[in-house]
Design a protein around this ligand. Sequence first.
Ligand code: PXL
Length: 291
Amino acid sequence: MRQKRVAAIHDISGFGKCSLTVILPVLSAAGIEASAIPTAVLSSHTGGLGKCTYRDLTGDLRAFAEHWKSLDLRFDALYSGFLGSEEQAEIVGDIFDQFRTSETLVMVDPVMADNGKLYASCTPQTAKRMKQLCAKADLIVPNLTEAAFLLGEEFYDGPYDRPYIENLLERLSELGPRQVVLTGVWFSPSLLGAAGYDKATGRVSYAFSPRVEGYYHGTGDLFGSALLSGLLNGMPLKNAMQLAVDFTCGSIRRTRESGNDQRYGVNFEAGLPRFMEELGLLCPTNIRMVR
Ligand code: PXL
């Protein structure tokens, strides 16, 4: 089988395990060639690690794409996340137009908010621009806070029920994408997961795992890259969602048990052999966990 290739359009946060430092290794473990267009370079993520450096790469994005275009590079998926500035939404939309073919999966994670609040580096204008970018996607993967910002309504922190979630999914798909995967979904406090919607079939699917308390950075990026890994390895949406939920929740559980600082991100590395096995890329008898 021809190796799949992804263009990952996210920031690189040097410390704290989110965005490209998570996405690239996960895609690689899934057998996918991962190329990167960095949207910004930071010394760490912006979630409670003190004052980080921040270099916005807005001025470089079009030149990256032009160079790649001159090499006639083709991508099976274009996957965007955290943007370095508001203007990048339009530029990333243009990059989608430059590289998409009828075979390309365009996936947008509208990274801008969590827990009812916009990230420090985002403004209400970011939300407006992110909504325009979502209109160009085949698949979007917002969390429930981002869903509220995209739909211009108040965030509701649960408990949720199926009619509420399914109404959100449908309205999010009306923004443009043919598939929506909503994260942070729960109906009972003990289970946490994701809800998926396919506009063509009208089918709604769910994937859950036992909830682990605590707030860990980079888990949206872990979920998104694992979901894309499943889809590019041929899994149906529901199976790819379950793969991503299990991998993400397993990484959170492992990290919580280790007592490591929540701001340092999750230990997903120890879960990679299992992740690869579920993708059918490893023979189970060859797995040795080294701690
Ligand atoms: O994982 C989301 C994310 C990505 N990039 C940066 C962040 C965050 C979340 O806080 O700060 C720079």
